[in-house]
Design a protein around this ligand. Structure first.
Ligand SMILES: *Cc1c(COP(=O)(O)O)cnc(C)c1O
Ligand SMILES: [Zn+2]
Length: 415
C-alpha cells in the first residue's frame, strides 16, 4: 500500500553542509555521514495558523499535523500524546526567588515521558514506509515509549537497552510486548548495535539522533508552549539535555510559532546537563567541536557521552540567546524534593534536572529574579524508584498503638 507524503514537507536539509534531499525513508546526509543530521523543511507560506485557534482542533499533538511530517492517509495512535498541562507553581517560584515559574508536566504522556511525542511520529513513519518492525536503542524512556506506541498501532518492537537501565523502565517495555535486548555495555554500544541490526534485518530505526522525523515530534512541546503561553510568554524555557533532540526540537517549535505569528518573541533556552555528563556544555562554551565524555550521574536519561544532535541543540540555544548550565546529583535530588513538595510534580532525575538548573541559574544571576521561566519536566518520578528513594527519605515504622506513634513523632519529627 502507498500512502501520500506529508503535504507541507518540502524536503530534508543537512545541518552541516546544507545539502537538501527529497522527503523519503532517509536518515543522515550521505555526504557528511552519521554526523549529518537532516532537518525537515516545510512550506510555511501554505500553513494556516488559524488551526491553532480553532476550538475543535484535537487537544493533543495532532492539532499540529500540518507542521508534522506525517501522511494524511494514516491514523495516528489512539493514545493521548502531548498538550500536557502547564502549571503556575507559585510556592516553588517563591522558594526559588523567581517572579513566575511554570511547570510543563510531560510525565503525563501515555508512557510517562516526553519521548511519546517522538515515538508517536516514529511509528507513523514506519507504517508509511511499509515496515512491520521498529527498533531503537535507549537509556529507557525512548524505548518504553516506542514499545507503548508500537502496541497502539500494531508494530513489533525490538529494544536495545544498556545494562544499567532502571528496572521500572525495562518492565514497561516488557508489558507492552517489546522484545528487549539487554546489551552488556554502554548506551553508545547499544546504539551502534541497534543501527547495525536495523540494516541487517530490515527494521525501521527509531533512534532520534539520526532519524530526522522524530525531532519533529519533540518539536510539538515547543509549539504547545507557544500556544499555551502566548499571552504570557516566559522569558526562559528550561530543558534537560542528553542527545540534544529535546531542546533542539523545542527550539524549532518555538521558532516556527514565531514565524506563523502565534508569538512575537522566542523565549531564551536554558539547557541543563548533569555534571557527570556534560560534553554539550563544554562544546557550547568552548565553541569547538564536541568531545565525547564518560558519564556518571543518577539522571540516566541524560547520561549521554556521545550526543547525536549536539549541533542542532547548540544552534537552537544560541539562536534564542540562551545559556547552558550543569547540576550535580545532589542538586538534582534536592530539586526532586522541592518540585514535589512545593510544586506537586514528581519527576525522574533527568526530568527534574531542569528545575535544578533553574535554581542554579538564579543563584548565578544568569536568570534574574524579575524574569519568568517555564521548566519542562520530561519524565515521571515513578520511572526510577531507586533514585526517588534517595531523594524521599524513609517512612516511620511503628507498633500499632498510640504510644508508639507519639514516641516516633517526638523522636523523628521533634513534635
Ligand atoms: C531523553 C530524555 C531527556 C533528554 O532528551 P535528549 O533529546 O536526549 O536531549 C530528558 N529527560 C528525559 C526524562 C528523557 O527521557
Ligand atoms: Zn551534509
Amino acid at each position: 500500500m502507498q500512502f501520500s507524503s506529508p503535504p507541507y514537507v518540502t524536503g530534508l536539509k543537512c545541518l552541516i553542509c546544507g545539502a537538501t534531499y527529497a522527503h523519503g525513508n532517509v536518515f543522515t546526509c550521505p555526504r557528511c555521514g552519521i554526523e549529518g543530521i537532516l532537518d525537515v523543511q516545510y512550506d510555511y507560506s501554505k500553513i494556516d495558523n488559524s488551526q491553532f485557534t480553532i476550538h475543535n482542533s484535537p487537544l493533543n499533538i495532532w492539532r499540529y499535523n500540518n507542521l508534522l511530517p506525517v501522511s494524511p492517509d494514516l491514523h495516528p495512535p489512539h493514545l493521548h500524546v502531548g498538550w500536557t498541562p502547564v502549571y503556575d507553581a507559585k510556592r516553588l517560584a517563591k522558594h526559588l526567588g523567581v517572579r513566575k515559574l511554570f511547570i510543563k508536566d510531560d510525565g503525563r504522556n501515555p508512557s510517562n515521558s516526553f519521548k511519546d511525542r517522538a515515538s508517536s511520529v516514529g511509528v507513523m513513519k514506519a507504517l508509511e514506509f511499509g515496515y512491520k518492525t521498529i527498533a531503537c536503542a535507549s537509556t529507557g524512556n525512548a524505548a518504553s515509549s516506542l514499545a507503548c506506541m508500537s502496541a497502539a498501532v500494531g508494530l513489533q518492537s525490538y529494544i536495545f537497552v544498556p545494562a544499567r537501565a532502571p528496572e521500572p523502565k525495562v518492565t514497561q517495555l516488557l508489558i507492552f510486548g517489546a522484545t528487549v535486548i539487554k546489551v552488556q555495555g554502554t548506551y553508545e554500544q547499544a546504539f551502534d548495535l541497534c543501527r547495525e541490526a536495523c540494516e541487517k534485518f530490515g527494521w525501521y530505526n527509531r533512534n532520534s539522533g539520526t532519524n530526522p522525523f522524530l525531532v519533529e515530534g519533540k518539536k510539538t512541546a515547543g509549539l504547545e508552549i507557544a500556544e499555551q503561553m502566548k499571552d504570557d510568554v516566559p522569558d526562559w524555557v528550561v530543558v534537560s539535555v542528553g542527545d540534544g533532540c529535546t531542546i533542539g526540537g523545542i527550539g524549532k517549535g518555538l521558532q516556527e510559532m514565531k514565524r506563523l505569528g502565534v508569538i512575537t518573541g522566542v523565549p531564551k533556552l536554558l539547557g541543563v546537563q548533569a555534571e557527570g555528563a556534560k560534553p554539550m556544555y563544554e562544546a557550547f562554551y568552548s565553541g569547538k567541536e564536541l568531545v565525547p565524555s564518560d558519564t556518571n550521574t543518577i539522571a540516566d536519561s541524560i547520561a549521554v557521552g556521545t550526543p547525536r544532535n549536539w549541533r542542532r541543540a547548540i544552534h537552537q540555544i544560541r539562536q534564542s540567546n540562551g545559556e547552558m548550565i550543569t547540576v550535580s546529583d545532589e542538586e538534582i535530588l534536592e530539586a526532586m524534593r522541592a518540585t514535589a513538595r512545593l510544586g506537586g510534580v514528581f519527576g525522574e532525575p533527568a526530568g527534574i534536572a531542569s528545575a535544578a538548573g533553574l535554581k542554579k541559574a538564579l543563584a548565578q544571576n544568569m536568570i534574574k529574579p524579575h524574569e519568568s521561566a517555564l521548566v519542562v519536566v520530561t519524565g515521571n518520578g515513578l520511572k526510577d524508584i531507586q533514585s526517588a528513594k534517595q531523594a524521599a527519605g524513609e517512612a516511620l515504622s511503628i507498633a500499632p498503638n498510640l504510644d508508639a506513634l507519639a514516641n516516633a513523632l517526638s523522636e523523628k519529627l521533634g513534635m
